[in-house]
Design a protein around this ligand. Sequence first.
Ligand SMILES: Nc1nc2c(ncn2[C@@H]2O[C@H](COP(=O)(O)OP(=O)(O)OP(=O)(O)O)[C@@H](O)[C@H]2O)c(=O)[nH]1
Ligand SMILES: [Mg+2]
Length: 283
Amino acid sequence: MPRYAQLVIGPAGSGKSTYCSTMVQHSESLNRSVQVVNLDPAAEHFDYPVMADIRELIQVDDVMEDDSLRFGPNGGLVFCMEYFANNFDWLAEALGHTDDDYIFFDCPGQIELYTHLPVMKQLVDQLQQWEFRVCGVFLVDSQFMVESFKFISGVMAALSAMISLEIPQVNIMTKMDLLSPKAKKEIEKYLDPDMYSMMEDSSDSIKSKRFKKLTQAICGIIDDYSMVRFLPFDRTDEEGINIVLQHIDFSIQYGEDLEFKEPKDLDEEELNYDEIFQGKSEC
Ligand SMILES: Nc1nc2c(ncn2[C@@H]2O[C@H](COP(=O)(O)OP(=O)(O)OP(=O)(O)O)[C@@H](O)[C@H]2O)c(=O)[nH]1
Ligand SMILES: [Mg+2]
């Protein structure tokens, strides 16, 4: 039986840990069992229960304090993640093996982990060997996306994660609740973008001909291959959260192999059918 994983990735502060805790609460309300693994060795605060925490293996502070290594926070994090990649046994032990596991991996925010360092790809390969179906969930902060050029760079970041990880990826714009009504209206065109018209709108502000040509070429590639679209995520909107979850479930075919399970509190012996039917006929 397959196991299921969401690799929650994206730039620093984009809302990855908040997304995980929102999803845990939402899954509880759906009576679904999910677990979270913290993979951020520099994490200081998150409010979900963890099934495993990378800080038990290695912590950024310890690496930075080590006189023989002398790393700063970013180099320290890269060192921690490489150490992690050399010690997947720790993760295997922490995860155990249960069929139908559904696990969220709350990842660090350093973007280089998803663009050119091999660590996350190694993790994906390892999870797949352990029979996980993995979906990348790439989060970007909607407040940084309401302008064409910022949007294009957000799209490029999402694309490079998609290309380097080689797994299905769902892109999400977080913190929708913080947008003003005007920005909310504006953002609709960024969720399923028409890159050509977006380029038209903003090309007047580009002075250099070459830069204009380059931007047009990039927008053309993104549009021609319909490669990137975004789902809105408002942590206060249950319906929207459900839509996001459905998209991700679909991409990893969650539920396809699940056996039918009786609802938990339906105990047939305790049900008195006569009483139920009598009650109905009396109505
Ligand atoms: N209003 C609002 N705030 C949010 C939302 N998501 C995250 N935040 C806030 O944004 C800040 C960063 O959120 P985190 O969930 O820690 O982001 P992260 O991506 O895990 O950050 P790093 O692990 O440091 O990369 C916190 O102050 C959150 O409370 C959201 O949907 N709405
Ligand atoms: Mg976090």
